[in-house]
Design a binder for this molecule. Structure first.
Ligand code: NDP
Length: 449
């Protein structure tokens, strides 16, 4: 019999926290979870899920344009942001309910309030209630980080983008990463005048250079404006309800919205970590070992708060591995962080797994690069001058595929399957031996020269 109120107390009901809590409970643990905002966390409430719905909504702009060449005549077109916004938010409500049901069906106690660690095994809730737990799991995620300059508080982040009252006529998006490129595509397709502003001269650091160049080229063609090597000097309110934004080396500009997508910081403040001597890293993250254990034996952390790989499926894997390790019957399970596929839901999307050409050249020395640069059949008939690019990087010595990179319609869908092969260590010859499915874009994977 445990002397504690709970076997596990999880702080944060996002992707990692929910998976860890549910699976631990299924193993028989008595589990509680505290969530100060909404069950589901960033991915479900204000991230991946509603973002993908906006991406779908945005893509209709191109489909409605392209359909003419396929014989369809459409009358007057009009986009109503509030209809899409409200439908997306309603679906987010539904998903929050589904996540709550999942926890409740596993008899996980949910505290809808903030929690702070106040003793080695003690948690104090915002209401003043004190509970104890044998293990504590921190799964509090991350939040948008903002640069520091005059008027930064007038900007929004992706958190607020889903709730805008109206579509901005002109929006400046700061940052050159995932969120900036995804939302630049979304607002541009909806008809906003979009300017992406980046402090450096590279988009999507970490992705293969050829794909990043292709996205930049296509985005410019679609009408997105880019400003590189630029920082904000100020944002000031203007008389008409908009803002005046001043960037270094540029004239002051009038905009309706400035959105910051300049990275995310781990949520570790106010958790009482100092009360139990949990060590923090340089960026405020919680360093953990391969089993997601902190420097304190019974305190673990999973997901973005650990700043390992800020991706939902990774947090879920870490949460699962934690539950298997601490409450399962078998050997400890380490979350595997190798060969993680990822995607940017830009217009068109990018997807990638393994080493970029540059990384492979540096680490392997001798590599072979296969490439397919083509205009998808649908784009040809639509008269859309937008080319796709696929790259396969192989170790020249063993023929093993060490990376695949694509920018193409549906690239993330194709990549999920291709990533299995890369993870499994297959060779170019294995791909060549596979018969193509014709006509598809994916057949390029087995036809690359
Ligand atoms: P990213 O890390 O992708 O990009 C941050 C961008 O902001 C970079 O261009 C960076 O420039 C720039 N930046 C950082 N600090 C400053 C600053 N002080 N002033 C100006 N610019 C700055 O972060 P995001 O916010 O786009 O996304 C956060 C994380 O969320 C991602 O890393 C990703 O892991 C996850 N995510 C994943 C998605 C997906 O899987 N599709 C979608 C959305 C988010 P520089 O390159 O010079 O550092």
């Amino acid at each position: 019999m445990s002397n504690y109120d709970f076997d596990l107390f999880t702080i944060g009901a996002g992707s990692g926290g929910v998976r860890a809590s549910r699976v631990s409970a299924a193993y028989g643990a008595k589990v509680a979870v505290a969530e100060e905002h909404r069950v589901g966390g960033t991915c479900v409430i204000r991230g991946c899920v509603p973002k993908k719905m906006l991406v779908y909504g945005a893509h209709f702009a191109e489909d409605l344009e392209d359909c003419k060449r396929f014989g369809w005549e459409i009358g007057e077109r009009r986009f109503d942001w509030t209809v899409l916004r409200d439908n997306v938010l309603a679906d987010v409500d539904r998903l929050e309910g589904a996540y709550t049901d999942t926890l409740e069906n596993h008899d996980v106690t949910i505290f809808h309030e903030r929690a702070e660690i106040t003793g080695p095994h003690e948690i104090t809730l915002a209401s003043g209630k004190v509970v104890t737990a044998k293990y504590i799991l921190i799964a509090t995620g991350a939040r948008p980080q903002l640069p520091d300059f005059e008027g930064v508080e007038h900007g929004i982040t992706s958190n607020e983008a889903f709730h805008l009252d109206a579509l901005p006529k002109k929006i400046i998006i700061a940052g050159g990463g995932y969120i900036a490129n995804e939302f630049a595509g979304i607002f541009n397709e909806f008809g906003s005048d979009v300017c992406l502003v980046n402090r450096g001269d590279q988009l999507l650091r970490g992705y293969d250079e050829a794909l990043r160049d292709r996205l930049l080229q296509i985005s410019i063609m679609k009408g997105i404006d880019f400003k590189f090597n630029t920082l904000f000097e100020y944002i000031r309110p203007s008389d008409d309800g908009g803002f005046l934004a001043k960037l270094t080396g540029c004239d002051e500009e009038h905009v309706d919205v400035v959105m910051f997508a300049t990275g995310r910081s781990p949520n570790t403040e106010g958790l009482g970590l100092e009360n139990v001597d949990v060590e923090l890293g340089e960026k405020g993250e919680i360093p953990v070992d391969q089993f997601s254990k902190t420097n304190v034996d019974h305190i673990y952390a999973v997901g973005d708060v650990t700043n390992r790989v800020q991706l939902t499926p990774v947090a879920i894997r870490e949460g699962q591995a934690f539950a298997d390790t601490v409450f399962g019957d078998g050997d400890p399970v380490a979350a595997d962080h190798s060969c993680i596929p990822s995607a940017v839901f830009s217009h068109p999307p990018i997807a990638s797994v393994g080493l970029t050409e540059g990384e492979a050249r540096n680490s392997l020395g001798s590599i072979k690069v296969y490439q397919s640069d083509f205009r998808p059949m649908k784009n040809v008939l639509a008269g859309r001058n937008e080319r796709s690019l696929m790259k396969m990087i192989c170790d020249a010595e063993s023929d093993r595929i060490v990376g695949i990179h694509m920018i193409a319609p549906e690239a993330p869908e194709m990549m999920q399957a291709a990533a299995i092969a890369v993870k499994a260590g297959l060779t170019k010859a294995d791909f060549d031996a596979t018969v193509a499915i014709h006509p598809t874009m994916a057949e390029e994977l087995v036809l690359m020269r």
